[in-house]
Design a protein around this ligand. Structure first.
Ligand code: ZN
Length: 278
């Protein structure tokens, strides 16, 4: 049974319909209330999701404080130029191997948190974010999805001045200011999606559609990325992969983010985040 996992007031929960269920309570203490520990318990999460109807709800999602489903990842990878149309708008050649950078985990924030810009060149990047669920070392592409806990909506907010002003460009710092990594509100297990490799992803700024794509046009897909990274280093539960953004970011037309902008990021079947800039 698929699950939809959330961080409600800092505690691990399952979401279903309009309701959330506290995992520590409904599992009678078997599953940790710490989202970072609960996420390692994939089999138990699937089991609990199948038996949700046996439990009373702990409240309405619409009234809950939803934090990042994975609040303290050990590693957080970003993939650059992973959609052809975005590589073209960035005037870059298509990569032959993945462009991988560290989006430092301290930038991770909640799905409805404010983005603190601190730059004139802040930009948005709607992304599918993969959450590792089982330790992965030298995993084949065919085995990749079985090591994934689920996927989330994410924003790879970028300070283009920090990112591109240095020579050579430094992706790490430019994508890692505090609050530059909103994720959530839900971590959805892959079996809850009709085709986890073909999801509609969009980004609106103040209601204006800027990005509109399908994840099936990723140059390096989720199976490849998990396999590729697992050959270099051991992936652990909770590690994140920001898989790259499609065309439509602000930089080519210098439509940078300003205070008050509302960023709405959606992936079909996964969720919607709303982040206001200040
Ligand atoms: Zn990105």
């Amino acid at each position: 049974m698929s699950f939809s996992f959330a961080n409600v007031n800092g505690k691990a929960a399952l979401a279903a319909g309009d309701d959330f269920y506290d995992l520590f309570r409904i599992s009678q203490g078997q599953i940790s209330d710490d989202p970072m520990i609960a996420i390692r318990d994939l089999d138990a999460l699937h089991e609990m999701a199948a038996r949700l109807s046996e439990h009373d709800s702990d409240g309405l999602l619409s009234e809950a404080a939803l934090g990042p489903p994975v609040p303290r990842p050990r590693n957080s990878f970003g993939i650059g130029l992973n959609y052809k149309d975005h590589a073209a708008e960035s005037k870059m050649d298509l990569p032959e191997i993945p462009v991988v950078f560290s989006k430092y985990p301290s930038c991770i924030s909640g799905p409805f948190d404010e983005v603190e810009l601190r730059t004139e060149r802040g930009d948005y990047e709607a992304e599918l974010v993969v959450v590792i669920g089982r330790q992965a070392r030298d995993i084949s592409e065919a085995d990749s999805w079985s090591h994934v806990a689920g996927v989330m909506v994410g924003q790879d907010i970028s300070d283009r001045r920090l990112q591109l002003g240095a020579r050579p460009p430094q992706f790490g710092l430019g994508k890692s200011r505090d609050t530059y990594g909103p994720i959530g509100p839900f971590l959805v297990s892959p079996d809850g999606l009709e085709d986890p490799d073909d999801l509609h992803i969009t980004c609106d700024i103040n209601g204006d559609r800027r990005q509109d794509a399908r994840t099936s046009s990723l140059i390096f897909d989720v199976s490849f990325l998990v396999s590729y990274l697992s050959e270099v280093l051991t992936l652990e539960p909770g590690d994140l992969i920001f898989t790259g953004t499609p065309a439509g970011v602000g930089m080519p037309d210098k439509r940078f983010l300003v205070a008050g902008d509302v960023i709405t990021t959606s992936i079909e079947g996964v969720g919607t985040m709303t982040n206001v800039c200040r």
